[in-house]
Design a protein around this ligand. Structure first.
Ligand SMILES: [Zn+2]
Length: 212
């Protein structure tokens, strides 16, 4: 199935509540901003070359601004306060950007990738939430990291989005995801692997202590 903008928006808000226990609509209201869904259009070599708005008010200059500032990303991205990077007069905006790959993905991959983006959103917006990051989540998150292209001593070690803090949060969020959506995921590992589907997992994450 191909998801509509509304389908994606509903799932994103639902996950914010189910996993982090915060009301997304309230977050936008408190900060007087809007969330725009951006559909990334890819070429044959799977690079994003164009985009359009798939939910949110139509702003004629939004898509051309995104292209001009080089914000097209490959699979998905979440940008908090994108208006600071774009020339958008009188608009405060977050962007949720998703490529065709995700709009055609099955529910399991889509929900896990939306959780991945929510983890970026939570860290970058500094919103308060209910997930507790204990020391074990930090060390397990670090192990998860070694199976991705953001591994320590790898070429993307200093990737500013996929930090240790982010991996610790993702580890805990995927535990919650696996429990809340046990119709989609066999277990914690299954949810985490789905959330990192496009981050080059070469081996199964066997030495991670998965929560039951
Ligand atoms: Zn990411």
């Amino acid at each position: 199935m191909r998801y509509t903008g509304k389908d994606i928006q509903n799932r994103f808000y639902e996950l914010a509540m189910a996993i982090f226990r915060f009301d997304f609509t309230q977050y936008l209201k408190e900060r007087s901003k809007e969330l725009y869904g951006i559909h990334l259009i890819m070429n044959k070599s799977r690079q994003a070359v164009d985009c359009n708005i798939f939910f949110g008010d139509i702003i004629p200059t939004l898509t051309s601004e995104i292209k001009q500032r080089g914000l097209l990303s490959v699979i998905a991205a979440y940008r908090v306060d994108a208006d600071k990077e774009l020339a958008l007069p009188n608009i405060k905006a977050d962007l949720l950007m998703l490529s065709d790959t995700l709009l055609d993905a099955d529910e399991k991959i889509l929900m896990a990738l939306l959780t991945h983006e929510l983890c970026h959103m939570v860290i970058d917006s500094k919103i308060s939430h209910d997930l507790r990051i204990e020391q074990d989540a930090r060390s397990e998150g670090e192990k998860v990291r070694t199976f991705t292209r953001y591994a320590k001593n790898g070429p993307n070690e200093h990737d500013c989005y996929h930090t240790d803090e982010w991996f610790a949060l993702l580890y805990v969020a995927c535990d919650k995801l696996a429990h809340a959506y046990n119709n989609l995921y066999a277990n914690h590992q299954d949810a985490t692997e789905s959330a990192l589907r496009y981050d080059s997992l070469e081996e199964p994450m066997q030495n991670v202590q998965w929560k039951k």
